[in-house]
Write a protein that binds this ligand. Structure first.
Ligand code: SAM
Length: 312
């Protein structure tokens, strides 16, 4: 699915079908920024979205490549047909519950702009808890840490850590080849490809060697709970990124079983937790002989990251 900014940079006029595809676009042609905001907010309100005005402002700003402040500043500015069609298309997709990050094809994580694809989870802000927790335990940012990211998706965890640890190198693995390709593209775009290897693997099956830091944000939703997730998640994040098996803990068990051979002496493991999973995952890790080194809360006060260390 091409990101809107790709269309913008391609120099190719959008096909007429894009304009015709949205029943709303007719109401946007010949309009100004201000009146497009009104149309978008009205549609989002009648479709029952919360904070419709804020959403409308973000959507119009993103469609026009402007900041929200600029959108406020120029309500009288007329829209070109191309801009009207882009706003209409993005509104159409938002009304179908597609998250704005998917519509745009990018997400900011730890200050890094990451591209997304249908094969990658849309990284969540709470996953930054894992990055923070690891960095808080790093004694010297100048050391040559070896990092392994299991289930790398867009590459967000590995790339965030490499961006903070200038001498570190890392491997990111994912079972989905499309995610591996996207993570590799992200590493290149961020200038981190020289220190990052991305490869397809069933967890650590294809990995040899030991690592100072192993991170993971495994799929942790119980299979039966997936149908009840909000459509923004259920219909747009890949199933493989969500499904943690019958009790949501299968990936933790598989990863924990490999940790004794993956972690260097006094190596650190850090994993994201689903809400309420801290005690179960503590028990899984204790079964591998690792010492649990703490559980960190996210900004909502939910136990979000578990840390464990191997022995000396
Ligand atoms: C919850 S997503 C996390 C993605 C990314 N690390 C993030 O935080 O946004 C879990 C990831 O694990 C991958 N995955 C699922 N099963 C796997 C397996 N058996 N081996 C390797 N990766 C797997 C999925 O494809 C998905 O990218």
């Amino acid at each position: 699915m091409p990101a809107p900014q790709d269309e913008e940079h391609s120099g190719v006029a959008p096909p007429t079908s894009l304009i015709l595809r949205s029943p709303r676009s007719g109401r946007l042609e010949g309009r100004t920024i201000g009146s497009a905001l009104e149309v978008a907010a009205a549609d989002l309100t009648s479709a029952g979205f919360d904070e419709p005005r804020r959403r409308a402002r973000r959507l119009v700003a993103a469609a026009l490549g402007l900041s929200v402040t600029e959108v406020f500043a120029y309500p009288e500015r007329p829209l070109t047909d191309r801009e009207a069609s882009r706003i209409a298309d993005m509104l159409h997709r938002t009304l179908a519950h597609e998250p704005l990050s998917r519509v745009l094809g990018t997400r900011e994580f730890w200050g890094l702009e990451l591209r997304l694809s249908a094969d990658t989870l849309d990284p969540r802000p709470e996953t930054e808890t894992v990055v923070e927790a690891v960095l808080a335990r790093v004694t010297d940012r100048g050391l040559r840490y070896r990092i392994l990211d299991l289930g790398t998706g867009s590459g967000c965890l590995l790339l965030a850590l490499l961006s903070e640890l200038p001498e570190a190198t890392g491997i990111g693995v994912d079972r989905a080849p499309g995610a591996v390709a996207m993570a590799r593209d992200n590493a290149v775009a961020l200038g981190l490809a020289g220190r990052a290897r991305l490869l397809a693997s069933d967890w650590a099956a294809a990995i040899a060697g030991r690592f100072d830091i192993v991170v993971a944000n495994p799929p942790y939703i119980a299979t039966a709970a997936i149908a009840g997730l909000p459509p923004e998640v259920r219909d747009f994040d890949p199933q493989r990124a969500l499904d943690g098996g019958a009790d949501g803990l299968e990936a933790y068990r598989a990863i924990a079983a490999a940790l004794p051979r993956l972690l260097a002496p006094e190596g650190l493991f850090a994993a994201e937790l689903g809400a309420g999973q801290d005690e179960d995952v503590t028990a899984i890790l204790a079964g591998t002989g690792l010492a649990v080194d703490g559980v960190e809360d996210d900004l909502a006060g939910i136990a979000r990251c578990i840390l464990a260390r191997s022995g000396p």
